[in-house]
Design a protein around this ligand. Structure first.
Ligand SMILES: *[C@@H]1O[C@H](CO)[C@@H](O)[C@H](O)[C@H]1NC(C)=O
Ligand SMILES: *[C@@H]1O[C@H](CO)[C@@H](O)[C@H](O)[C@H]1NC(C)=O
Ligand SMILES: *[C@@H]1O[C@H](CO)[C@@H](O)[C@H](O)[C@H]1NC(C)=O
Ligand SMILES: *[C@@H]1O[C@H](CO)[C@@H](O)[C@H](O)[C@H]1NC(C)=O
Ligand SMILES: *[C@@H]1O[C@H](CO)[C@@H](O)[C@H](O)[C@H]1NC(C)=O
Ligand SMILES: *[C@@H]1O[C@H](CO)[C@@H](O)[C@H](O)[C@H]1NC(C)=O
Ligand SMILES: *[C@@H]1O[C@H](CO)[C@@H](O)[C@H](O)[C@H]1NC(C)=O
Length: 578
């Protein structure tokens, strides 16, 4: 296995940043460090629509699923039942698997999973045995990826991957299996550290991992999943799950959503049906985020933050049938719907994206904005079922009060990311983007050939014009150096070149998501309550924040901690919330 390196990417940016900083230091330091002086307007360069960087033309595996781990490595994988990938094992460490397709035995000696090291921009092959095709995952409180389901040999599999520092860790296939077959299910980490696994094709039920006690060892019927299944198209796979601060789950499938008490298997409340004929779940595939939980914002009577859900894109009922059976590609939806669950009578508020999109990924950024990227303008998810890639990401400015100014079109990539692509937020604020394979096998000849490339999108907040506003974490004063305890204060020391007066500095916990099929499972941003902040010296500041109030606001586990100033996040460090 060749280890590829690419140093052309980030250092270029860092060079500009350092050069800008340097010239400003030389210019007139005092005016920049006085709290009261106005900050010069940043020069708006084309760069402010962000920038795309091709990290690797080919990593050999199409990144259908991705998860960032607490040691800044990204585990990514494809499926294992469609012949060889373009990656290779190192000589002497080749692993072969035999499997049967249509009564034919296939021997495959290529890796279908890689471990990507963010800092060095290199990758190593991993061995995944059972079939991970359209599977799901969550990271447990110890930082271990718990990864479930798939197809064929993997449809009931439970696999784990525990990150380690010496690159010797491997996938582990557990002896314990899922109780139901799960292809296109969704996982959510729970307040007690268990994982709930919900749905999948013809799986109108849910279950838990680990199966430590009687209640966790049962299969629970979930009628809502059956009720939301459309004839032929389904349109309710990979249901959207968000763990709410009140301990219930928000579950969305097709055009309906409920507040669900998974402990008692009861629907607490049904939210209004989303109007307009758009279906949001696979294969109609829109995406969903729970907007940041703000412990520094409005809290309800029980001290819980307001909760809002934002769902964008998807396709109209009938679109999958049309593309699949008739090669007619219906235009995707441009609508987003936002609902405040804490309202006494919550209802969906519709907004229009500047571009229609199906199979768009929605990623929460550390500053609370939402990045919408990847996907297509016509058709649906599925093999050969979409055309017209949408190359421009769109930024949704969550806190922009004027709805007409909420969406910003960003700079385009050149690489279509259609069905089976993925992306995630990195601790340095960049977005890692990979995959796209709308074909049954690896196919480099058809339209939208299998993508083996890996790109980084550099959002506008990392542009050189924001360099002076970017905080740099120097140290965290917490138990053990990185333990954030529930309800307990801890401090972060950070450096900042220019403090913009009157602008809030926020402390955001961001969970690493498991991303596949346009859904970033377990994605969560918790903006912590700030107890105090002070300036220690010209460049140095200390902010004291309070750990999340409860395990329902932030389930235990590893989070990236970002300091955000004037909408500009610095590089995150990892903390363990417990
Ligand atoms: C992958 O491998 C195939 C077969 O060796 C080759 O034809 C194709 O060009 C490779 N694709 C990429 C993107 O490297
Ligand atoms: C796969 O099949 C080949 C040929 O049938 C056999 O030689 C080989 O031992 C098998 N490999 C494994 C890992 O089962
Ligand atoms: C596979 O083999 C079985 C038994 O030999 C046969 O009944 C079946 O039709 C075969 N399936 C295919 C797809 O060839
Ligand atoms: C996490 O690690 C602790 C200490 O090693 C262990 O006791 C616990 O069982 C682990 N939890 C999980 C969910 O694996
Ligand atoms: C739901 O289940 C929880 C935990 O099992 C229990 O404590 C609670 O009383 C139940 N609530 C209702 C409304 O049944
Ligand atoms: C929601 O989806 C169902 C099932 O496909 C459909 O019958 C219903 O008309 C849709 N409701 C609205 C308001 O679009
Ligand atoms: C794509 O969708 C648009 C908007 O509905 C439609 O006008 C166009 O004809 C579609 N393109 C194709 C090739 O079907």
């Amino acid at each position: 296995m060749a280890i590829f390196k690419n140093h052309a990417a980030l250092p270029t940016v860092f060079f500009y940043v350092s050069a800008t900083l340097f010239s400003l230091f030389i210019a007139s330091p005092d005016s920049y460090f006085n709290d009261m002086s106005p900050v010069p307007a940043p020069t708006v360069a084309p760069y402010d629509g962000g920038q795309w960087i091709l990290l690797h033309k080919s990593i050999g595996v199409s990144a259908m699923h991705m998860q960032l781990l607490k040691n800044n490595k990204v585990i990514l994988f494809d499926r294992t039942d469609m012949g060889p990938s373009n990656a290779t094992y190192p000589p002497g460490a080749v692993q072969c698997r035999n499997y049967t397709v249509r009564n034919r035995t296939v021997t495959d000696c290529t890796p279908h999973s890689l471990l990507y090291d963010v800092a060095s921009d290199t990758f190593l092959p991993l061995v995944v045995k059972s079939d991970t095709w359209c599977s799901s995952g969550a990271v447990d409180p110890n930082g271990t990826l718990v990864q479930t389901g798939g197809y064929g040999t993997g449809i009931q599999a439970i696999r784990t991957f525990t990150p380690c520092d010496d690159d010797t860790c491997q996938w582990v296939e557990l002896g314990v299996k899922l109780l139901a077959q799960r292809w296109y299910a969704t996982n959510q980490i729970l307040p007690d550290g268990r994982v709930i696994v919900v749905g999948g094709r013809r799986a109108f039920n849910y279950e838990f991992y680990p199966k430590a006690d009687d209640k966790s060892s049962k299969l629970y019927t979930m009628r809502f999943l059956w009720e939301t299944t459309d004839f032929y198209e389904e349109n309710n796979l990979y249901p959207f799950l968000h763990l709410l601060p009140d301990g219930n789950l928000f579950v969305f499938a097709n055009n309906r959503s409920i507040l669900f008490d998974y402990n008692n298997n009861t629907v607490v409340k049904a939210f209004p049906v989303m109007r307009g004929g758009v279906k949001r779940s696979y294969p109609a595939t829109g995406s969903s985020v729970m907007l940041p939980l703000k412990m520094n914002g409005v809290l309800d009577g029980s001290g819980q933050p307001e909760v809002e859900i934002l769902i964008c894109g998807g396709s109209y009922g009938g679109a999958y049938y049309k593309s699949n059976r008739e090669n007619v590609y219906i235009g995707a939806s441009a609508s987003c719907c936002r609902i405040k669950l804490s309202d006494p009578n919550p209802n969906w508020v519709m907004e229009e994206m500047p571009l229609p999109r199906v199979m768009g990924d929605m990623l929460l950024l550390p500053n609370g904005d939402v990045l919408i990227l990847n996907g297509a303008a016509n058709g649906t998810a599925g093999w050969e079922d979409a055309i017209n890639p949408v190359l421009h990401p769109v930024l949704y400015k969550t806190y922009e009060p004027d709805p007409s100014r909420r969406f910003v079109i960003l700079n385009p990539t050149t690489i279509p990311r259609m069905y089976h692509s993925s992306c995630l937020l990195l601790p340095d604020g960049r977005i890692l983007v990979g995959g796209s394979n709308p074909h049954q096998m690896y196919n480099f000849r058809r339209a939208f050939p299998t993508e083996l490339s890996l790109e980084a999108y550099i959002p506008p907040y990392l542009s050189p014009s924001s360099a002076l506003l970017r905080p740099t974490i120097i140290s965290i004063e917490a138990e053990g150096g990185n333990i954030v305890s529930y309800g307990q204060e801890f401090s972060v020391n950070f450096g900042l070149s220019v403090y913009r007066p009157g602008v809030a500095i926020t402390v955001a916990l961001v969970s690493p998501s498991f991303t596949t099929h346009s859904l970033a499972m377990n994605q969560r941003v918790v903006v912590l309550e700030v107890a105090s902040q002070k300036r220690l010296s010209v460049f140095d500041y200390k902010i004291t924040a309070r750990g999340p109030p409860s395990t329902t606001v932030a389930p235990p586990g590893y989070y990236m901690i970002f300091i955000v100033h004037a909408g500009v996040p610095g590089q995150a460090l990892w903390v363990k919330v417990q």
